[in-house]
Design a protein around this ligand. Structure first.
Ligand code: MG
Length: 217
């Protein structure tokens, strides 16, 4: 069963929700308008990749992009969770990559087809180990950074989110219901770009944690 590591313990993963276009500068770099409500898509749990294994790029794409994102693990489920109570439902925070086959996504957008292939392939949901929620005073004050081969590729802050974590939890709980073990990828700041065989990736979530991956050569 798919799981993440929280404070050294395995936690089973239920659903993987992802929010698109949650940073204005990233929406702009892909020529997308800002959304009036969270834009939600799903990844299968088979897409999860924890640290310790190389990223294998899918053979069907020539243009797999990294999207560096704050990842939220739900500890206590619920329906219709009020915004004011939302953060008390969080078990932990991590940093991850919403890998995206951009060429396949562009075709899907043209056809109005689902994003399952471009967002849900094996290894498309990279996730660090998680820190417990009580170690994070304010999830909207976290710096996110991705270095590729030693050079900064993406750098942002969760303060730039259009829909903050508490609102995302409220929204998801109202539409879908949330369960213990749900993971939420909260969107990427600008700077998305293609990955290549042999790339070495280092992700940093504020001073809280780092994660490393290599793209299989
Ligand atoms: Mg994303």
């Amino acid at each position: 069963m798919a799981h993440v590591i929280l404070d050294g313990l395995e936690k089973p993963v239920a659903n993987i929700f992802c929010i698109g276009r949650n940073y204005a500068a990233h929406a702009a770099e892909l020529g997308n308008a800002v959304e009036s409500e969270p834009m939600v898509f799903l990844k299968p749990t088979s897409a999860l990749l924890r640290e310790g294994e190389d990223i294998v790029l899918p053979g069907f794409s020539e243009d797999v992009h990294h999207e560096t994102e704050l990842v939220v693990l739900i500890g206590k489920g619920g329906d219709d969770i009020p915004v004011a109570e939302a953060l008390s439902h969080v078990a932990g925070y991590g940093i991850g990559l919403d890998l995206t086959a951009r060429d396949v996504q562009s075709l899907a957008k043209q056809k109005g087809a689902p994003w399952t292939k471009c967002k849900g392939f094996r290894h498309a949901a990279c996730v660090s180990a998680l820190v417990a929620a009580d170690k994070v005073r304010d999830p909207q004050a976290l710096s996110l950074r991705l270095d590729v081969n030693g050079a900064v590729r993406q750098q942002g802050s969760s303060c730039m989110m259009l829909f903050p974590v508490a609102y995302i939890i409220h929204y998801l709980s109202c539409v879908y219901g949330l369960q213990e073990g749900d993971l939420i990828y909260t969107g990427t700041p600008e700077g998305v770009a293609a990955l290549h065989a042999g790339d070495a990736l280092q992700l940093s979530l504020d001073g809280l944690l780092k994660a490393f991956w290599r793209v299989r050569a």
